[in-house]
Every structure is written in structure tokens, then in C-alpha cells.
Ligand binder design. Sequence first.
Ligand code: GLP
Length: 241
Amino acid sequence: MLEVIVRPNAAAAASYVHDLLVEHLVAHPRTVLGLPTGSSPLAVYAQLVESFRQGRIIFAGVRSFNLDEYYGLGADHPASYAAYMARALFDQVDCPRDQHHIPDGLTADPIAASAAYEAAIAAAGGIDFMLLGLGRNAHIGFNEPGAPFDSRTRLVTLTPSTIAANAPLFGPGQDIPAQAISMGIATIIAARRIVVLATGAAKAAAVRAVLNGPPISDVPGSALQLAGAVTFVLDPEAHGD
Ligand code: GLP
């Protein structure tokens, strides 16, 4: 089942996603989450921290797996996704750090590290609730156009447009990695529930192709049509209204 929810603006879309997560965390305090980075989820994480402070949710029993990490960046690099997650969520809630997994951007053996990541997801029982953003070229995680629908966690090469889109998160003079370790499309769509948050006009073409086009590897997000339970939460600009 694929449902599309359009909220009046980006803030309302983020609040809607936050509310879905709170409902899920209250019902399933020992859940396994799949977590994204990027600018879209920041408002969701800020609201989750606030709900944690208010005592509405706890993270003590939650395990999580992040979608991806830049290859070559360690957790001490401010633009790494490990640093992003620490700032946005993990350092601000009650979660034991060993319950939260992010691909190791400094691994010397990406093949073995990717296989270990897949094994850890399987050992956790799979991902219950996967939150996703959507790249402007319809990528999910760092699965760029052409990524096979049966792909699993692996080392991937980023497109120039993705490198340019993510450049503002790097400081002046900082080299942006051209590779990443990302969950594969098969890893993502195996999640029991998937919520995609996409806002702004820059996402409209990607959203249209993902929702209305045929499921093809040139449009990585279109693989979500093949997943079990998917909710798109959009603002009017991303919906193309
Ligand atoms: C990065 C991440 C994706 C994310 C995308 C969109 O490329 N690897 O997981 O969905 O950015 O980010 P934003 O929300 O900033 O548009």
C-alpha cells in the first residue's frame, strides 16, 4: 500500500512525520528504526528531542541503522553523518550508543563492512520503521540512478549533482567525498513500514517520477512502489500543486 499525504507547508509535513514516529515509538519501544540524514529530517529530529524531553517517548530500547555514510569521513569530521546524527538526535536522548549503527566511513574493507552491516540488520530482526528523504535525482539513501533494485549495503559512487546538492554541508575548502557506503535498495524496501519526507519545489520532479512513473532503476525511489507499506509526506511544492 502506498499513500500520499500533503500537508500545508514543510513544517507541517515534518510535524506529521514526527507524530507518526511518536505513535510508533509509544506502541513499540523496542523498535528498529532506519534513519536518514539531509536537511529534510532535521525538523523531525528536533521535535523528537522535544518529545523526549517532555517524557512522551524514550529511546532506551530503540535500535537504529542509518542509511549511509560518506566514505573517507570519520565520526569526528563535522560533515560526517555520524557527527550529524550525534548533533541532531543521539547526543540529546537516552540512547545507548552501541544500539545505533552507522556505516563506518573509515573502514579499510568496505565489502566486509557492508556485509557486516547487513548481518547486523538481519540480527536485529530487520527494520520496522524506515524514515527516508529523497534526493533531487530521486535517490534514496545514496542509491543513485542506475542502482539495481536488488542491491544491498555497499560502496557507491556519488553523482556530480548529489555532490553539488550536499556541498553546503561542508565548510569552505573541505573536500567532499565522491563515494559513500549506503544501504541498498533491497535493504531499504525490505523495511516493514517506510515514511518518505520530501518538501520544496526542488523535489517535485523526483516525487512525480517516483509516484507516477514505472519502477525503473534510473529512478531509484520508484522502487518504493514495490515495498509493503509506504507513506509519502509532502508539502504542496513537492507534490507539484
Ligand atoms: C543525502 C542523503 C539522502 C537524503 C538526501 C536528500 O544525499 N544521503 O539520504 O535523502 O541527501 O537530502 P535533503 O533532505 O537535504 O534534500
